[in-house]
Design a protein. Structure first.
Length: 425
């Protein structure tokens, strides 16, 4: 039985042993990607629905901007589900000991290969573009434009597949070497409806992440010494994983198809290896985004607009509750700070990072003081704007518990501050 593409469009039965074993590997990785992608997709669907139900009464969806990273990851998972389905369908060929053209399974596999591969490439490129504008330009699309862009991507993806079916309604999806896809006689359709856009997306993704890498590298070198701890060095190697995994998984199969297009003879064993690699896209995407964007994917509350940027750690952002400020002292300070214990500080409703820094005696050295300002979420504030105590009043009376708890916290901080600075003096 021939190993090459001389008779690639016809049915192949029975399967050669090496092809049967190779398709088992492809189907296994396809099943793993399908389960991982579907599981995370359903989990995010549940979280999005529950977040909508938790919105305060009368607050519309337009009042709270969505985290665009989350929506893009959600769409990428849907693309990965389709891609994994395509390679999972090789189970049918293994079960029947043959790749049979003209069946519903063969047509469905060809359709999901066309839509799944292209959709995965497009949304990885869109995530790269969104990351570039968020990190480098500090810009995000308005909400209506963002959702229009996402819809436009899906229209383009399915439009490419529909054009092929409209051009060749009867024989578009046949056996293409090791599984069903676009007929080998329609090389132009393979190129312009599929692989041209995949290679363009791949090139664009690598180029964009390279620009982000260089930008962060320049920022880390040009920042003052005290700002290098903002996370640039830890972010750069992690960032390289995004285009690296996508490229490693996609290039072998795409390169094999292009080589066959140019007249080279590609063995069926090569397609099994390349198919196994691209079938890993789904579970690797789940592993990568669930670990690097955990604050988005597994957030208890709806993630804010900037949640997830800590992956790239530009300008020290990325904390889900507040900001971190580094204050550097220029030298020794030996002047006594004197003043009233109240100091006119009453009336501040937020976190006051300099509360009661009075009557402390001499200060020797104070360098790299870290100040954390926590911003309470909706429904976590008492009647006076202070954080509500666990046992606060539930009726309409004044919330004395939250106020007194706030003052006690300030008193404890003041006492510990005086004690610490007295020891230094």
């Amino acid at each position: 039985m021939k190993d090459m593409l001389d008779d690639a469009a016809s049915s192949l039965t029975p399967l050669p042993d090496y092809l049967s074993h190779g398709l088992v590997a492809v189907a296994t990785f396809g099943l793993l990607s399908f389960l991982c992608s579907t599981g995370l997709f359903l989990y995010l669907t549940y979280k999005i629905i529950s977040w909508r139900r938790k919105l305060p009464t009368g607050q519309g969806q337009t009042d709270r901007p969505v985290n665009q990273f989350l929506i893009l990851i959600y769409n990428l998972l849907f693309a990965d589900i389709q891609q994994a389905t395509a390679f999972l369908l090789n189970i049918s060929a293994v079960k029947n000991n043959g790749i049979i053209i003209g069946t519903a399974t063969c047509w469905a596999q060809g359709w999901f290969v066309s839509t799944g591969d292209l959709a995965s490439s497009i949304f990885i490129l869109v995530i790269a573009c969104h990351t570039f504008f968020s990190v480098v330009k500090e810009y995000r699309l308005p909400q209506y434009a963002f959702f229009a862009m996402v819809a436009g991507c899906w229209i383009f993806i399915y439009g490419m597949a529909v054009i092929g079916v409209a051009m060749h309604p009867h024989d578009l999806y046949v056996r293409a070497a090791a599984w069903c896809w676009i007929n080998d006689d329609y090389q132009n359709e393979r190129l312009w409806l599929h692989y041209f856009w995949i290679f363009a997306s791949m090139f664009g993704t690598v180029l964009i992440y390279a620009c982000i890498f260089l930008y962060l590298h320049h920022q880390s070198r040009s920042s003052p010494p005290g700002h290098k701890a903002n996370g640039y060095h830890g972010a750069r190697p992690l960032m390289v994983l995004y285009p690296l995994i996508y490229t490693i998984c996609t290039v072998p199969l795409a390169a094999g198809r292009i080589a066959a297009f140019s007249g080279a003879e590609i063995g069926l064993g090569y397609y099994c290896i390349a198919g196994s690699m691209i079938a890993c896209n789904g579970w690797l995407d789940v592993l990568l985004y669930a670990s690097t964007r955990a604050e988005i994917v597994f957030s208890e509350f709806p993630p804010g607009e900037e949640t997830g940027l800590e992956t790239f750690a530009f300008m020290g952002k990325g904390h889900s509750l507040g900001t971190t400020t580094i204050i550097e002292a220029g030298g020794l300070v030996s002047a006594g700070l004197r003043g009233s214990g109240n100091g006119g500080r009453k009336g501040h409703g937020g976190s006051d990072s300099t509360d009661n820094l009075y009557k402390m005696g001499d200060i020797s050295v104070a360098k790299n003081v870290s100040v954390r300002v926590s911003i309470a979420r909706d429904g976590e504030l008492g009647s006076r704007g202070y954080p509500q105590a666990a046992g606060g009043s539930k009726d309409g009376s004044e919330d004395h518990g939250s106020d007194s708890g706030w003052e006690n916290s300030k008193t404890r901080r003041s006492e510990s501050g005086r004690s610490g600075f007295s020891d230094m003096a």
